[in-house]
Design a protein around this ligand. Structure first.
Ligand code: AGP
Length: 605
């Protein structure tokens, strides 16, 4: 998700645009750019890779009074100056938030153009320019005609050097707001960029186009027919708006998961055709069929995503061994890579030094390397031979939450596509597709249903400084991830353990200093999981059981997740665990989004 700003009026545009971009920077900060146009139509375009501060350094003062700006979270094309917005073609400049799904088809028909960037936005700019060639065509008409050919989501702002007092804005699936005032008009992808300039705004609906001049807005639909504009008052607390109304990015990102997971699955899980479509692996069916060993290499939360996925991949491919390796260990260990191996590198930031080092070593050994990465164009993404972008959007909070869920889903897709080349039966495929298809809704349901319970439990347990998290099979990685989430946000000393390991030593620790979270999936291991709980309970343990079972469980606390899922329930338990960790951190007064000693991306050893 990117930030868009626009201004046309009687004040100088540059500072207004820069201020707006700074407010939107949380939405993504791979690169930024601004173009302004003077009254004669002379453009001044400035773009820079990195944060808005880098753009500011690159700019020269211009007194122009109309312009558009953008801060980017890369989707098509790596973060770079050439891929930064505004994208220019001819007299046309475009800033865009969203994904043009048919940009390749459109690009193939725009043969007269020599494209410089890897972005879908440049294709849209070229399309508009191609429809704007005749001198009697107005920019608004060229934009409307172009958008009728586009499939996908967009929020755009367009200016032209031929009509320097006009900005054309349009929305389809990506929010866009027009701020109105007496002698000026503003555009933004998020109301926070309008604060201080106006509290009156028009929230564009899908399919609407706003023709903006100084102090005036004309609204059209895609048939170029006028539509009425409803001017609303913006009630905004700037601080909260940037966090989507949440107190912290962490909670915003926890609640983002239904949408961010949909973005991961979009176009890849086609339920009504029982079809999975994964571009980008760059492996033929025959190459996938031959794979017998999969290394999954990552750090922290990403490694737990890999561990969780490994249980599923080994379950639905009967000849593949999955080896999950913590990168900081693997990079210094002498290890063998059997024949027919591939290595998958999982990373939200795509910049984790240990993971990148292992990738380089595997490449040196000639191993086929895939990436499961969130940050487009990141070092790991550029180094691998193929892979899957998880498209979870900007994850700002240091504690990784939505990326974990998307990483597991992406790894499952890779495993299922591989299993299909090995003869995966249709019934199993359909079961996983059906569960992946409803998973975003099930996560949304769990977030709504369990939020208050998690908060209440945190209020009861936040005085503890020690805890155990236990699980079996696919809930064991959830125990590890949950323990990490809690320790890194609340500073409680938490150990994640296989439930079956307690009796081999750890149970000696159980006393009133500890509480325990036990993840009990109502599957073939439920009796064994419950006996572990009873073992601890018999020794006075303070236990919170997180389960989908309706069996009688009389631990100190029970959070029951109500779901139709049978296979992917651990991902719902993980959502409960995220909520609990969040409220524990808040209750303990910690810096929830930037916990002590941590960084969002560990680019050092
Ligand atoms: C997770 O909450 C932590 N912030 C940390 O463990 C993180 O998962 C790890 O550093 C890996 O980061 P990456 O996914 O960007 O490679």
């Amino acid at each position: 998700m990117c930030g868009i700003v626009g201004y046309v009026g009687d004040r100088e545009a540059q500072d207004i645009l820069l201020g707006g971009l700074r407010r939107l920077e949380y939405r993504g900060y791979d690169s930024a750019g601004i173009v302004t146009v003077d009254v004669e139509g002379e453009p001044s375009l400035f773009r820079a890779k990195g944060k808005v501060a880098e753009l500011e350094k690159a700019m020269k003062d211009k007194p122009d009074r109309v312009g558009i700006g953008h801060t980017r979270w890369a989707t098509h094309g790596e973060p770079s100056e050439v891929n930064a917005h505004p994208q220019r073609v001819g007299d046309v400049y475009v800033v865009h938030n969203g994904i043009i799904e048919n940009y390749k088809e459109l690009k193939s028909e725009l043969k007269a153009y020599d494209f410089k960037s890897q972005t879908d936005t440049e294709v849209l700019a070229a399309l508009i320019d191609s429809l704007y060639q005749r001198s009697d065509v107005k920019l608004e008409n060229a934009v409307v005609q172009a958008l009728k050919l586009v499939r996908g989501a967009y929020g755009i702002a367009v200016i032209s050097t031929r009509e320097p007092g006009t900005i054309v804005a349009a929305r389809m699936g990506s929010p866009l707001i027009v701020g109105v005032a007496d002698d000026e008009t503003l555009i933004a992808s998020d109301a926070s960029a309008l604060v201080g300039h106006t509290d009156k705004a028009i929230y564009l609906n899908d399919g609407e186009v706003a023709v903006c001049t100084a102090g005036d807005v004309r609204m059209l639909d895609l048939a170029s027919q006028p539509v009425s504009a409803k001017v609303e008052t913006i009630e905004i607390d700037l601080q909260s708006m940037q966090k989507g109304g949440f107190d912290h990015y962490l909670m915003k990102e926890i609640f983002d998961q239904p949408d961010s997971l949909r973005a991961t699955l979009n176009g890849r899980v086609i339920k009504d055709q029982d079809l999975l479509r994964l571009g980008g692996l760059n492996m033929s069916d025959d190459e996938l069929r031959k794979v017998k060993n999969v290394f999954i290499v990552a750090c922290g939360t990403a490694s737990y995503a890999g561990l969780l996925a490994s249980y599923y991949i080994e379950r639905f491919t009967d000849d593949v061994t999955v080896r999950v390796e913590v990168a900081s260990e693997l990079r210094y260990r002498s290890f063998n890579v059997p024949e027919n191996s591939i290595a998958i590198f999982v990373s939200q930031s795509g910049e984790t030094a240990d993971t990148l080092a292992c990738l380089k070593e595997m490449k040196r050994r000639g191993v086929r390397c895939l990436g499961v990465v969130n940050a487009v164009g990141s070092s790991i993404a550029r180094e691998v031979d193929g892979g899957v972008y998880v498209h979870a959007g900007a994850e700002v909070s240091v504690a990784s939450t939505k990326a974990f869920t998307s990483q597991v889903a992406a790894l499952l897709l890779i495993g299922l596509v591989m299993a299909q080349t090995k003869g995966l039966d249709q019934k199993t495929l359909r079961e996983y597709i059906a569960e992946l298809d409803v998973l975003p809704d099930e996560i949304a349901k769990t977030l709504e249903a369990k939020n208050d319970e998690a908060k209440a439990l945190a209020e009861k347990y936040n005085h503890y400084d020690h805890a155990f998290y236990i699980g079996r099979d696919t809930t064991f990685p959830v125990a590890l991830e949950g323990a990490l989430k809690l320790k890194e946000t609340s500073y409680v000393h938490v150990e994640g353990q296989p439930a079956g390991e307690l009796k081999h030593g750890s149970i000696a620790l159980i006393d009133d200093r500890f509480f325990m979270v036990a993840f009990v999936d109502d599957n073939w291991l439920v009796e064994k999981s419950l006996s572990n709980v009873i073992e601890v309970q018999a020794r006075g343990g303070h236990i919170i059981t997180v389960t989908n079972s309706d069996r009688p469980i009389d631990t100190e606390a029970v959070i029951t997740v109500d779901t139709s899922l049978k296979l992917l329930t651990p991902l719902l338990f993980n959502v409960v665990s995220q909520l609990f960790a969040y409220y524990m951190a808040v209750a303990r007064g910690n810096d929830v989004d930037q916990p002590r000693n941590l960084a969002k991306s560990v680019t050092v050893e």
